[in-house]
Ligand binder design. Structure first.
Ligand SMILES: [Ca+2]
Length: 560
């Protein structure tokens, strides 16, 4: 028979990495890729025909060499929610990394989610930007003003130059810090609120990701309750963020439903549409607010984003189809994504440069290069990249960390595992960086190969390792690289680091009970659930398979 079956060689033997079965007298075997063997086969088996390319495209996923759920790559070899996974190769299993920004390094301060899933910020305290006891907070500098509760559980935080926004587990967001110049500020704190009636009943809009620039803020909506699409405002002229009225779509709500301060500042706004009467595309919409002096809040109109990152005066995103777009200041070409034949996985926006990682793990950087911040080192094989003011750091495929560009404050001096100085002024002393071995000495410590997240600030860098420890290095002029004691161990939600990456906290335990960790408001328990439920913050459904978390991530049953 003249057909080529993927997985079956020309000599009718089963090719390595495949399993074939089901043959009858009339039909050939069906072959599938073995899942869990750590090998992820690509389309090399059948690149000749159209049929084959379709078949092989379904192989996209992951294979991390195990049959365990919850590590980013499921036992069915599909990528789990909250993770990015890359193709494995002959030498490496498919690597996966959590998408959440659990530490965020900015200009003169740093914020992180601590072991109790609470906010922790350190560094320059000016403009209240390191304040995190939100229940005691002066509400004039916080938005929304009525949603700051002491027991809130956070999953992600992003630090701008003088303001921050953080994501609650519920998906709602808060922003605080400096309002910006002028009596009413520049709107950097004021994310678009949900329409009034919705806010009263169920809280604000739900977000999947937040990323802040110097004085602007961007968020990626992830709200399954309703759908949104960009529409032009009543008196708005088509502009960069709002190409033309025809593209702006059906407007199903009156403009007055939206907060005026946000609407006035934006060339486009999101129409709140009734999911039963309006047919609209799937929703992953980026919305930006705040300073617009470089058009950095005029994001391209799309409802199909998958990644977002903000630099100082520009922002970038990746669309679901793998193309990348940047907007805002482009004085060094930092907002002009170079032509690329491969799909982008992630794009990072920095001071005046940007970098992207593609599906083949190559990093490409563009924009300002006077400190060699766009010169990607060899071997070019990376999983995730972060761009700072004048430097760049990226997690290598072996989970080591590489930094390049300006190193005037030691922001590229990645900590090593403990070693001793060889040569230099500190010869023989213990060290974790080459810099500590002053006078040309080298630290003997081996590279750490367990980094899971990195965030580049202006003159400092912070990163998280697989043990959920936060490390910061570089300039400590404002204390921005000096960790508060409580943050040296960062465990994520409810003390379960496994959950930090996930959109949903429900899981099935060894006894077959569906369990969930406590999540944000509205709190189903009277007061703090940690007091109301003595068994820490974990609760389990009584019946096997019972879900106690609804689609918004709220508990549907009271404390047990
Ligand atoms: Ca796995």
């Amino acid at each position: 028979m003249l057909s080529f079956l993927a997985g079956c060689s020309a000599h009718c033997t089963i090719e390595s990495g495949w399993q074939c079965s089901g043959a009858t007298d009339r039909e050939a075997d069906t072959c599938t890729v073995v899942c869990g063997d750590g090998r992820q086969l690509d389309s090399g088996c059948c690149e000749d025909t159209q049929e084959c390319s379709q078949e092989c495209s379904t192989l996209w996923g992951c294979d991390d060499g195990n049959s365990v759920d919850g590590d980013g790559c499921s036992k069915m070899c599909s990528i789990e929610s909250g993770y990015s996974c890359w193709r494995g190769d002959l030498e490496n299993y498919s690597p996966c990394l959590c998408n959440r920004e659990r530490v965020s390094a900015s200009s003169e301060h740093t914020c992180a989610i601590d072991a109790d899933a609470r906010l922790e910020c350190w560094g320059d305290p000016e403009n209240n930007k390191t304040k995190t006891y939100l229940n005691q907070y002066d509400g004039a500098y916080a938005w929304p003003r009525d949603s700051w509760e002491p027991q809130t559980v956070f999953t992600e935080v992003s630090a701008g130059a003088n303001h921050n926004c953080a994501l609650k587990f519920s998906g709602e967001a808060i922003c605080w810090g400096w309002l910006g110049p002028g009596t009413n500020g520049d709107g950097r704190l004021f994310m678009p609120p949900a329409p009034d009636w919705e806010r009263n009943s169920q809280g604000g809009l739900l977000w999947g990701k937040l990323s802040l620039g110097f004085a602007h803020s961007c968020g990626m909506l992830n709200d399954k309750r309703f759908r949104y699409r960009p529409v032009c405002g009543k008196d708005q002229k088509p502009g960069p963020g709002c190409p033309n009225r025809e593209d702006c779509g059906l407007q199903c709500r009156e403009e007055g439903d939206w907060a005026i301060h946000w609407l006035e500042r934006h060339p486009c706004f999101l129409s709140y549409v009734d999911q039963y009467t309006c047919i609209v595309p799937a929703n992953q919409t980026i919305v930006c607010w705040g300073a617009d002096d470089y058009r950095q809040i005029q994001m391209p109109v799309s409802s199909n984003w998958k990644e977002l990152d903000s630099g100082w005066y520009h922002s970038c995103g990746v669309l679901a189809n793998g193309t990348a777009r940047c907007w805002g200041n482009n004085n060094y070409g930092q907002a002009t994504v170079p032509p690329h034949t491969r799909q982008w996985m992630q794009v990072a926006a920095g001071g005046s440069h940007s970098c992207g990682v593609d599906q083949d793990r190559y990093i490409t950087c563009w924009g300002r290069n006077h400190e060699l911040q766009t010169e990607v080192p060899y071997p070019n094989s990376f999983l995730r990249v972060s761009t700072g003011w004048l430097h760049t750091c990226a997690i290598h495929s072996d989970f080591s960390l590489e930094c390049w560009g300006a190193n005037d404050s030691g922001q590229c001096d990645v900590p090593l595992q403990s070693g001793t100085c060889r040569g230099g002024k500190a010869d023989g002393q213990q060290c974790t960086t080459h810099r500590a071995c002053r006078g040309g000495g080298m630290c003997s410590g081996p590279r750490k190969r367990d980094w899971t997240q990195v965030s580049c600030g202006r003159l400092h860098t912070c990163a998280v390792d697989k043990s959920d420890r936060v490390f910061c290095w570089g300039s400590n002029q404002y204390g921005q690289a000096a960790l508060p004691k409580a943050t040296t161990v960062l465990l994520g939600i409810g003390g379960h680091s496994d959950f930090a990456c996930k959109d949903s906290l429900s899981f099935t335990d060894a006894q077959g009970f569906t369990c969930a960790d406590w999540i944000g408001t509205p709190n189903p328990c009277p007061g703090d659930v940690r007091q109301a439920c003595p068994q820490a913050c974990r609760m389990c459904g009584k019946d096997k398979g019972q879900s106690i978390v609804d689609s918004r991530g709220y508990f549907t049953s009271p404390c047990l």
